[in-house]
Design a protein around this ligand. Structure first.
Ligand code: FDA
Length: 305
């Protein structure tokens, strides 16, 4: 996609005024293709449907870059509610969280308190928690927090991004924590000082980190819609006889749904990342930045109204 359009959407994704407006006006412009609903009831229905098809889920209560304690508290409460729902209904679903939604930008003490409450509820309900990785400026803080919590809890993992130069060294570093990692290409706008600007370099690094983490013997979620990376992983696990319980594929809700089902039929574990909530705008803009076809889809939605 033309870099200028991509940059425009990534820029728009962080605009605070637009984030507020989007919350006020509700799911619009075709966002329902990527966001499963605004309420817990709506998303529970979607999880049940996905589970029935053999797909596992990781649920994301949307929200990021929160700057008030009250909002971070509300996000924590809602995340705990949803964990209890998953537990009581015995849904096959994990939960993903963003530290900026839980107060990372306000204070470390606050985000730790909120995370421990979430992890305690998750432990009681047997739900695994993944800390999503946000932009580069939060990467070190996120990993520091992950390491502290990993020593206290088993059911916690995080994400590393193939576009960052530092990631191979983070893979090595996290090995001693036997970290369950989701590996992704990376979705934020980063400078050439910290991230590979060329897609082919990102893809090469992605393959290297997948290989390294798997061969270190750690659980690896390969989160991508890229067919070449999926085929590469299948080949790699075959050659090295990696057990099926040591890895899974992950894709985003609404993207390549047929391929998700095919992979299940082929015998692979497939987890779908299902976002929900009223704070859908930033997530939606990043999905638009990834693919021109999505922009055309949205424009059609706008002009149909
Ligand atoms: P790439 O963008 O090269 O796309 C390969 C092909 O997939 C495209 O040619 C197209 O066919 C299809 N495709 C990709 N994106 C599409 C879209 N939006 N709509 C339709 N088709 C599309 N990032 C991050 O920084 N932190 C995180 O915590 C996470 N978490 C996360 C969880 C899960 C489960 C997934 C799948 C992804 C993330 N990401 C993420 C996002 C990730 O970094 C990346 O931006 C997207 O997955 C797109 O990259 P691909 O690997 O799919 O490859």
């Amino acid at each position: 996609m033309d870099q200028t359009i991509k940059n425009l959407f990534l820029f728009l994704s962080t605009n605070k005024m637009l984030i507020k407006l989007a919350k006020k006006f509700g799911l619009r412009f075709g966002a329902t293709r990527f966001v499963a609903g605004e309420t817990t009831d709506q998303v529970v229905k979607v999880i049940k449907e996905l589970n029935q098809k053999g797909l596992d889920v990781t649920l994301d209560y949307l929200g990021e870059f929160v700057d008030s304690r009250e909002e971070a508290f509300q996000t924590t409460e809602l995340t705990i509610d949803v964990i209890k729902r998953i537990g009581s209904l015995k849904l096959s679903s994990q939960v993903s969280v963003k530290l900026t939604a839980l107060g990372l930008d306000i204070s470390e003490e606050l985000v730790m308190k909120n995370m421990r409450r979430i992890l305690d509820a998750a432990k009681e309900n047997n739900v695994f928690i993944t800390i999503d990785m946000e932009d580069y400026t939060r990467c070190q803080k996120t990993l520091d927090i992950f390491k502290i919590l990993r020593l206290e809890y088993d059911h916690i993992g995080t994400v590393l991004q193939a576009y960052l130069f530092r990631t191979m060294s983070d893979i090595e570093d996290l090995n001693e924590y036997t970290a369950c990692l989701r590996l992704v290409k990376g979705a934020y706008k980063e400078s050439v000082e910290v991230a590979f600007p060329e897609k082919r370099d990102v893809d090469e690094n992605f393959k290297k980190i997948i290989e390294k983490h798997l061969l270190n013997g750690n659980f690896t979620s390969i989160a991508t819609h890229d067919e070449r990376i999926i085929e590469y992983t299948k080949e790699l696990v075959k050659i090295h006889q990696i057990p099926s319980g040591q890895f899974e594929f992950q894709m985003l809700y609404g993207i390549r749904p047929e391929r998700q089902l095919e992979l299940v039929k082929e015998g692979y574990k497939m987890r779908v990342y299902v976002p929900f909530g009223t704070d859908w705008y930033g997530y939606f803009m990043r999905r638009l930045a990834e693919r021109p076809a999505n922009v055309a889809f949205v424009l059609k939605g706008i002009f149909k109204k």
